[in-house]
Ligand binder design. Sequence first.
Ligand code: SAH
Length: 370
Amino acid sequence: MDAASKQNLLDLEPDALRGFFAARGEQPYRATQVMRWVFHRGVTDFAHMTDLSRALRESLLPSAEVRPPEVVDEQESADGTRKWVLRLDDGNCIETVFIPEPERGTLCISSQVGCALDCSFCATARQGFNRNLSVAEIVGQVWLAHELLHDHRAGSGRTISNIVFMGMGEPLLNFNNVVCTLRLLVDDLGYGLSKRRVTVSTAGVVPAIDRLREAIDVSLAVSLHAPNDALRDELVPLNRKYPLTELMPACKRYVQGDRKKSITFEYVMLRGINDSPACADQLWRLLDGVPAKVNLIPFNAFSGCGYQTSTQSSIERFRDILYRAGVMTITRKTRGDDIDAACGQLAGRVADRSRRSRRFSEPRFGELPC
Ligand code: SAH
């Protein structure tokens, strides 16, 4: 059996892995053992999984594997941010970024090869869209970063405390695989991350926001970027399909019934486009009644983008207007821009860019495979 026909166990969330062993006549606790080896000890070779019987190890070898994507490039920014370029089996490349801070380490992962949404200020959009990532390709980013940052023998290393789906792609348009990955991230046999430390970021796929709430409890960030439909239609074309009158109620529904929860609204600061005091006024009015935090993101320029970042003083003025209206607002520090690892700069390498025509097709959910 060749590699392509082996079952990559990284594709299986906990219940699916139990099912995999059950189908082979094995006890479900085999899944627990394998997950501990893979996610807690970083072991991918069945031969080293010593609490599995020899017969089981031998039977797994020809039919299963634990295989993350391949790291083909690694860069470290002057500020400590690290970016990895990962090559997938089909030759496409994606990017994953680790952002160390004094109190936490945030891993920013990709969910698609390229992106179909075509936001006017985003470098990933220029790459076009190729395909969704598999669960193994998404969770494999976490596995690799964890291994590369963590020295098992020393039992130490810079570890990942937070995961954000803010790399390449629109996670809610790869719904099933993203939900399976989320299950692995929060499961104690996986990465055991608290649901508050795992954030899905969306440009606003309204029906999928409701589906996410039903499927799993994680934090949500919404890339807002404009306080009215006219401007948002231009910056985030998905708004034409799901305008603010649909998006804002979906945000409210997402946090309904949980007083501790709020939505993070991302707002990229574009000089002379969306950074006026009038926009700030519209924004706090729009957010009225939604438990919200606003993240102001200084725009990261890339060649040919046609936008400039807002001046420091207009960012501060914008922030102060929101503050005074009682909206919790922080300005995101730009990290890793010297290695093109900052927000919106991830480009990867997309082999066939022609599939963008699929954009705005209804998200397909179907039955969750996991
Ligand atoms: N598609 C999802 C996930 C991508 S997240 C989403 O839209 O939320 C990437 C974040 O970086 C988004 O908030 C995006 O709007 C923002 N971003 C994109 N391009 C940027 C740029 N050039 N400068 C700063 N932020 C950018």
